[in-house]
Design a protein around this ligand. Structure first.
Ligand SMILES: *Cc1c(COP(=O)(O)O)cnc(C)c1O
Length: 372
């Protein structure tokens, strides 16, 4: 049996919508699905505005650009994150100020926030990781006190709740990705959400070359072409209609993996905080010393059994691309430790009971082998 790390499920509605877009010729960024998808997404999140983009990366970039963030400004961003969070800051010309991770949720360690804020801090970007929300209240409180914007990177948490509030809806702006392995997919795509009318207008303008309203080909700013296509929006709309079923599958996956793996010595299964509902975007584990072999050795053995895994992110500050810019920050001991010990198991929406059982049995067999 081969178990890929991710395999999407494309709904019949999504297929019908894409075909209809093709047959009617509405294949670019005009067409009814864009507005319908934006409205459905805004309504799902309970926010006033949702603006579709070409990716999660471009959603983050245009969100920061809408806040007028640029050279000389600082944005606090987790050291432990998908690199797109950091690159979005760099695209604006601002400086990323890295914050270490909190060891249980892997999200930003909010106790470190006060010492990182300077006169130049324009925004904080909490990133909700692997399906688990970041601890938002300390971020929101501090940001409000100091007049700093909050941009949530919610690319991995469609439908996750923090104290009953949906991730992505709490900051000044929230950004989502619809890449193929995300909970809602459009192939490639993204969304910016906000309750602020002025910010929504800025995002909408900047993502489409900043045409002056009513005066096409006169431009009020240096904008971008980050327009989602009607094909993608049709796909996303069809997927979004099934989000409850997708989230139920993720919950089943997370709970079943934990049931099987929690007794294995040296494996740390995901911790869900009392304030959170975890949507298990990816089922993320840590390999402790007591397991007996390293993360790399375990993943190698799983690979021999045709089980695909992914290592955790590397510390952003240690990336060659960041060091090449002369940005020297750190050390970030928690982030660096996670990078060494963390990985995730096959977690796609198409994962079957048989595949999951096979993954669990394989890990049990490897652990048994190592301990005897
Ligand atoms: C996937 C992801 C992104 C980037 O989204 P793309 O659509 O791939 O550009 C950004 N941040 C996080 C945390 C992600 O997981």
């Amino acid at each position: 049996m081969r178990v890929p790390v991710n395999e999407p499920v494309i709904t019949d509605e999504a297929k019908r919508n894409v075909l209809s877009a093709l047959e009617t010729g509405w294949i670019s960024s005009a067409g009814a699905y864009i507005g319908e998808f934006e409205n459905a997404f805004a309504s799902y999140l309970g926010v006033k505005h949702a603006i579709a983009t070409t990716s999660g990366t471009t959603a983050l970039h245009v969100a920061l650009a809408a806040l007028d963030i640029g050279p000389g400004d600082e944005v606090i961003v987790p050291d432990f994150t998908m690199i797109a969070s950091v690159y979005a800051v760099l695209y604006t010309g601002a400086t990323p100020v890295f914050i270490d991770a909190e060891p249980e949720t892997f999200c930003l360690d909010t106790t470190k926030l006060p010492s990182l804020i300077t006169e130049r801090t324009k925004a904080i970007m909490p990133v909700h990781l692997f399906g688990h929300p970041a601890d938002m209240d300390p971020v929101l409180t501090l940001a409000q006190e100091r007049g700093i914007a909050v941009v949530e990177d919610a690319a991995e948490v469609h439908g996750a709740l923090y104290k009953g509030r949906l991730c992505g809806s709490m900051g000044d702006l929230g950004c989502f990705s619809f890449y193929g392995n995300k909970i809602i997919t459009t192939g490639e795509g993204g969304m910016v959400v906000t309750n602020d009318d002025a910010l929504a207008r800025r995002v909408r303008s900047l993502k489409d070359l900043a045409h002056v309203p009513g005066k096409r080909f006169t431009h009020e700013a240096v904008g971008f072409n980050y327009r989602m296509t009607n094909l993608q929006a049709g796909l996303g709309l069809g997927q979004l209609q099934h989000i409850d079923a997708f989230l139920a599958h993720k919950r089943w996956m997370g709970e079943t993996y934990t049931q099987c793996l929690k007794e294995i010595r040296g494996l740390r299964t995901p911790i869900t905080k009392v304030y959170a509902t975890n949507v298990y975007w990816m089922y993320a584990l840590l390999v402790e010393d007591e397991f007996g072999i390293s993360r790399d050795a375990l993943c190698e053995r799983l690979k021999e059994r045709e089980i695909d895994t992914r290592d955790f992110f590397l510390s952003s500050a240690k990336q060659p691309s960041i060091r090449a810019l002369g940005i020297e920050q750190g050390p970030f001991p928690v982030s660096e430790d996670l990078a060494r010990r963390g990985f995730y198991l096959p977690s796609g929406l198409a994962l079957t009971q048989e595949q999951l059982d096979y993954v669990c049995a394989s890990i049990e067999a490897i652990a048994h082998d190592v301990h005897h």
